[in-house]
Design a protein. Structure first.
Length: 95
């Protein structure tokens, strides 16, 4: 038996909230998302109205493939990420 799993993001679960496109696949017990955010996207303006929490309460591990991203944490600190940066975001942030 092979130790390889593969799924195409083109077959994933698609979500298209305001100014975003996301495809999610699951491989075993790991869930991965490929997300494209348009200029002007922010969690507080595009997602908060849907989930009704003060900030994003999910943790994220990812890679910025293109562009840049500013993140503000609940404690007021900010981080900037650019193409080729890997990141982990703890719950309690706005991108």
């Amino acid at each position: 038996m092979s130790n390889v799993m593969r799924k195409s993001f083109s077959e994933g679960k698609i979500k298209t909230p305001d100014k975003a496109h996301s495809s999610t696949v699951t491989l075993g017990n790991v869930t991965l998302s490929k997300t494209t955010l348009q200029p002007g996207w922010s969690w507080s303006s595009c997602i908060k109205p849907i989930v009704v929490t003060d900030s994003c309460q999910a943790g994220h591990v990812g890679v910025v493939v293109q562009g840049e991203m500013k993140v503000k944490h609940d404690d007021g600190s900010e981080d900037y990420f650019k193409a080729s940066d890997a990141y982990y975001l703890a719950p309690g942030h706005d991108g």
